[in-house]
Design a protein around this ligand. Structure first.
Ligand SMILES: [Zn+2]
Length: 348
């Protein structure tokens, strides 16, 4: 069941909606109630009437999707996520979960209701072209009302994929649409926002938190969702081996084919996200015997990079490629630590 004509009141903007977020934050807070003495302790607990949010996407973090941006807790021009990192951008009022590429989007990745409720508003019909239109930054979107003033909002949905109607009840985990590329977005992803009494909240830490302090709080996520969404200081969205030089665009489109046995070149590639200034991105191609065929470590980044692409390759030797599994492995090196790593094999 799908509404194609809709007209939607107040589907809030999605990514990049700093103005609307500030407006929402200026809204008066609900009264603290008589239990003010317990407020400090209560800040560590999820609000008692809040929904428990299931993971809202039919994908697995670390395998075919990653968190690209967290909620920005810094009301000023800076960025701070709930772990005092900078995995986000100024004014971001939700969580962005990014799928591997546009090919995955085309195949279809279901967006799932995070909690039981009723569809309050929706929009469909916005093209999947990543074009920002004033007032439609969310693109195609759905808002679910969970009662007690709680709402979740789902943005950048694929045109024509919304399969719920306004007023329809939904259960947690019900497919409501598919990931798309509509509205103000540079890559296919789900933006999920959580609102209580008109005010956007960080589902990882819904209570107050003075800037610069990142004391853990009980999240709104279910335990299973919280496990999937365990914080990553950086992530490798994709790593692989191609049979020719590839471009970032081809990677993001998902147009890279597995190499043929006679490929003139073997090229390892990586799409890394959430890099910080000072990080070094390392990429290595290894032979079936584990020999390093090519490797590259970038010099420390001069500034934060939300996403980065790197490739290293080797020409086919005169005798051809020995049969076996070739491995591309990538690491984000941060100081003495490895912030993220991932490897993938391809067999010739
Ligand atoms: Zn977003």
């Amino acid at each position: 069941m799908r509404r194609s004509t809709l007209a939607l009141l107040a589907l809030l903007a999605g990514c990049g909606s700093a103005d609307q977020r500030q407006a929402a934050q200026a809204a008066p807070q609900p009264p603290a109630g008589p239990a003010s003495a317990a407020v400090a302790a209560a800040a560590d607990l999820p609000p008692p009437d809040g929904p428990r949010l299931a993971f809202p996407l039919a994908c697995r973090i670390g395998a075919d999707c990653e968190v690209q941006n967290y909620y920005d807790r810094d009301d000023g021009p800076g960025v701070q996520d709930y772990r005092c990192g900078r995995r986000g951008y100024d004014g971001h009022d939700g969580i962005d979960i990014r799928v591997a590429d546009r090919a995955a989007e085309a195949r279809g990745v279901d967006v799932l209701a995070a909690a039981p409720g009723r569809v309050a508003r929706l929009r469909d019909g916005v093209e999947d072209n990543g074009v920002k239109t004033a007032g439609q930054e969310c693109g195609n979107g759905v808002v679910i009302d969970h009662g007690n003033g709680w709402e979740t909002q789902y943005c950048h949905l694929k045109r024509g994929s919304v399969r719920v109607a306004v007023g329809q009840p939904v259960a947690s985990g019900d497919p409501i649409a598919q990931v798309g590329y509509s509205g103000n977005t540079e890559f296919p992803h789900l933006h999920i926002g959580v609102r209580h009494n008109g005010r956007m909240l960080d589902p990882f830490a819904p209570g107050a938190m003075p800037l610069g302090t990142c004391t853990p709080q009980a999240p709104l996520w279910t335990p299973e969702a919280a496990r999937q969404l365990a914080y990553k200081a950086g992530a490798i969205l994709k790593v692989g081996v191609a049979g020719s030089a590839v471009t970032q665009e081809e990677i993001d489109d998902g147009r890279v084919a597995a190499p043929a046995a006679g490929a003139p070149v073997l090229a390892a590639y990586v799409r890394a996200i959430g890099l910080e200034a000072g990080d070094r991105l390392e990429l290595t191609l290894r032979s079936p015997r584990g020999e390093v065929l090519a490797t590259n470590v970038l010099p420390p980044l001069d500034r934060d990079k939300a996403q980065y692409f790197l490739m290293v390759g080797k020409r086919r030797p005169a005798q051809g490629w020995p049969a076996g599994a070739y491995q591309a492995s990538a690491r984000i090196l941060r100081g003495e630590a490895v912030a993220a790593e991932r490897a993938a094999d391809t067999t010739l």
